[in-house]
Design a protein around this ligand. Structure first.
Ligand code: G1P
Ligand code: ZN
Length: 543
């Protein structure tokens, strides 16, 4: 076995986005493409000789091939040991858990999250640091600049490693340990939640469905929900991970999780429904005929956190991404704890959690998590809800309605315009930025604009500044319209429009969100000239 140094040319498009590098599979399959990026990671992270790395992915198409390449490159780059999930599988939160538990140098996660998988679909790769969280912008910038002038990479000439059997092998001088992908994570969940109470709940006439969407969480959910918590077999649906997610879009929302939505809105619906995404870090929570917005879910978990053993001491603080509704802010205020507003993307929560400033974090994009790992965590959110339901013995809907009655309701919705021509999408953003002066102070229907800006964030821990994180139109009553270009799409540009209106009056809390936000939506379309500029009459997805 020898280490080969392969001469290569840089690719110009290896800039990591909101969550790592995401491209279509054929892009990754180009000669040297994956290798260049992996070498750029290794060249940027300065791992000491003999360091331990975690490697795993969501099992999508190209996962196994990529892992073999990464293992051989890790061996050629001086790593001493790699922990890899059996079959190359690790959900994103489980990877974060393993990185932390075994105090490794970091990990490489292969995933394109909620994007479809398959030979013509998406693949992705990202580096997580020793805290278990996505590399900070400083690191991703360094990786990108390295990728622009890389001239060679190192790889070990060796046969593929057997990934399907637990145990240890070697690759040159490096140890490869194939680990159970579920066990460490399941143990962590048992340490946080009251499994006895949840078990008792699931024994009564409470019924639930968890939709794994043919993605990575299938084996995790079966082990935890069906085996350890005793839910009847079949409570986990679409539980066998497939390389192409069964041709579906593994994104847990009302549009894409249609199998589950049909059941939860059908006759004889179960009491609780939930789903998670391709790599297991997102979640959607449903009650009988009832949808919990992710922003509300964060607020609810915060308000009820002490019901779960892992959080009985209370919360240090809460953080939410800027476009996420301010429902959590109201809970933080009532609990007298700080609430931080960060740019979109989980990487901005890491510093706050490491510094002990926050315990719970969340994003409107179906992401919730805590400082138990440094990624958002789909199944964790589901177990947290089950814990709350087991203690409060009320329906999902009544828990949410009580919450609104106490804190008021933040009506919320997001409109996504996917695969737009990049120029048209940029045009909308430019036009909005040019309109700030004219909009400030202006009355628009029953709303009046207080300020407009482009969100900028200064990290309170390391002082780093992240600019241009989304255009905000802030109204005097606390309502908001936010426009952002996605950093995870792989086709053209995706424009997201986020809408939020606060309603204190309980007599209006029963309204449908689209109804309550109707006027704001009209304003959002008008001031952005979105329809004229993009030619799109309707959004691709509404969440
Ligand atoms: C999207 C979400 C963001 C999330 C990210 C990764 O990013 O909006 O909240 O952290 O996926 O799951 P975007 O495509 O908007 O850049
Ligand atoms: Zn994901």
């Amino acid at each position: 076995m020898s280490i080969r140094t392969v001469v290569t040319q840089p690719f110009s498009d290896q800039k990591p986005g909101t969550s790592g590098l995401r491209k279509k599979v054929p892009v990754f399959q180009q000669t040297h493409y994956l290798e260049n990026f992996v070498q750029s990671i290794f060249d940027s992270i300065a791992a000491p000789q003999g360091a331990t790395l975690v490697v795993g992915g969501d099992g999508r198409y190209y996962n196994r091939e990529a892992i073999q390449t990464i293992l051989k490159m890790a061996a050629a780059n001086g790593f001493g040991e790699v922990l890899v999930g059996r079959g190359g599988i690790l959900s994103t939160p489980a990877a974060s858990c393993v990185i932390r538990k075994y105090q490794t140098f970091g990990g490489i996660i292969l995933s394109a999250s909620h994007n479809p998988g398959g030979p013509e679909e998406d693949f992705g790769i990202k580096f997580n640091s020793s805290n278990g969280g996505p590399a900070t912008e400083t690191v991703t910038e360094a990786i990108f600049s390295r990728s622009k002038n890389i001239a060679s990479y190192r790889i070990l000439d060796a046969a593929d490693v057997a990934l399907d059997k637990l145990g240890e092998t070697t690759l040159g001088a490096m140890k490869v340990k194939v680990i159970d992908p579920v066990n460490d994570y399941a143990e962590l969940m048992e340490s946080l939640f009251d499994f006895d109470s949840i078990r008792a709940l699931l024994k009564n006439d409470f019924r639930m469905r968890f939709d794994a969407m043919h993605a990575v969480n299938g084996p995790y959910a079966k082990e935890i929900i069906e085996r350890r918590l005793g839910a009847p077999v079949g409570s986990v649906m679409n539980g066998v991970p497939l390389e192409d997610f069964g041709g579906g879009h593994p994104d847990p929302n009302l549009t894409y999780a249609h199998d589950l939505v049909e059941i939860m809105y059908g006759d004889d619906a179960p009491d609780f429904g939930a789903a998670s995404d391709g790599d297991g870090d997102r979640n959607m929570i449903l009650g009988k005929h009832f949808f919990v917005t992710p922003s509300d879910s964060l607020a609810l978990l915060a308000a009820n956190a002490t019901l779960a053993p892992g959080y009985k001491q209370g919360l240090a603080g809460i953080a939410r991404s800027m476009p996420t509704s301010a429902a959590a802010d109201r809970v933080a205020k009532a609990l007298n704890i700080p609430c931080y507003e960060t740019p979109t993307g989980w990487k901005f929560f890491g510093n706050l959690m490491d510094a002990g400033k926050v315990t719970l974090c969340g994003e409107e994009s179906f992401g919730t998590g805590s400082d138990h790992v440094r990624e958002k965590d789909g199944l964790w959110a589901v177990l947290f809800w089950l814990n709350i339901l087991a203690v409060r013995k009320q329906s999902v809907e009544s828990i949410v309605r009580e919450h609104w009655a106490k804190f008021g309701r933040n009506f919320y919705s997001r409109y996504d315009y996917e695969a737009l021509p990049t120029e048209a999408a940029n045009g909308v953003m430019l036009h909005l930025r040019d309109s700030f002066a004219g909009l400030t102070g202006k009355a628009l229907g029953r709303y009046s604009v207080q300020t407009c800006d482009d969100f900028s964030y200064t990290d309170p821990v390391d002082g780093s500044v992240s600019k241009s994180q989304g255009v905000r139109i802030l109204f005097s009553d606390g309502s908001r319209i936010i426009y952002r270009l996605s950093g995870t799409g792989t086709e053209g540009a995706t424009l997201r429009v986020y809408l939020e209106a606060y309603e204190a009056d309980a007599a209006r809390h029963h309204l449908d969100a689209q109804e309550a936000l109707k006027e704001l939506i009209g304003i959002a379309l008008e001031i952005s000239e979105l329809v004229q500029r993009t030619g799109r009459e309707r959004p691709t997805v509404i969440t």
